[in-house]
Ligand binder design. Structure first.
Ligand code: ZN
Length: 171
């Protein structure tokens, strides 16, 4: 079985940050997406099971999040979907059958291969909590609550980032 390209996914996230010249905190995902040509929208008609979606409608690429979800969840979900696109996981995300007026009734990608999910999560984690920035912030505080506020991510996402990079952070 193939292994998830975790390093490659993180590298891709770092490339996006440098390409879009994003370095401040929290990472401004909306600006990144705007610079990459996506129109950011919050949709209040998505079912609760739909987290975020990147789709093309009338020639415009939309990066849509569920308006009812917490901003932490919106940010991570959208970064995750963006990862799927950049890592060339599944062109069906551009499925012409799916539009803003006709959103999916469930998140199809849940059934995507676990490997792709791992890669998209690694991408999203590095995009929102870049290792180099985390190293600097970690010197100021190791408090997960405080760090999650600085990076504007959930404490769950922050905990994962810290445990993923344990050896680099504590050396
Ligand atoms: Zn996914």
């Amino acid at each position: 079985m193939e292994k998830a390209r975790v390093g490659y996914a993180r590298q891709m996230a770092r490339k996006v940050l440098s390409d879009t010249k994003i370095s401040g905190l929290p990472v401004d995902l909306k600006i990144i997406l705007a610079k990459k040509g996506y129109e950011y929208i919050e949709v209040d008609t998505f079912l609760d099971s739909v987290d975020a979606l990147i789709l093309k409608s009338d020639g415009i690429y939309y990066a849509a999040v569920n308006a009812k979800h917490h901003p932490h969840r919106q940010r991570f979900s959208l970064a995750h979907e963006f990862g799927h696109i950049l890592l060339n996981h599944n062109p069906s995300y551009y499925n012409p059958g799916i539009t803003l007026d006709n959103p999916p009734t469930s998140t199809k990608h849940i059934s995507a291969e676990a490997m792709f999910e791992t890669e998209a999560n690694s991408f999203a984690g590095e995009l929102l909590v870049p290792l180099e920035t985390l190293k600097k912030e970690f010197k100021k505080t190791t408090d997960i609550g405080e760090l999650s506020r600085t990076f504007y991510v959930s404490t769950a996402v922050m905990s994962i980032a810290i445990s993923n990079h344990m050896t680099q952070l504590y050396k």
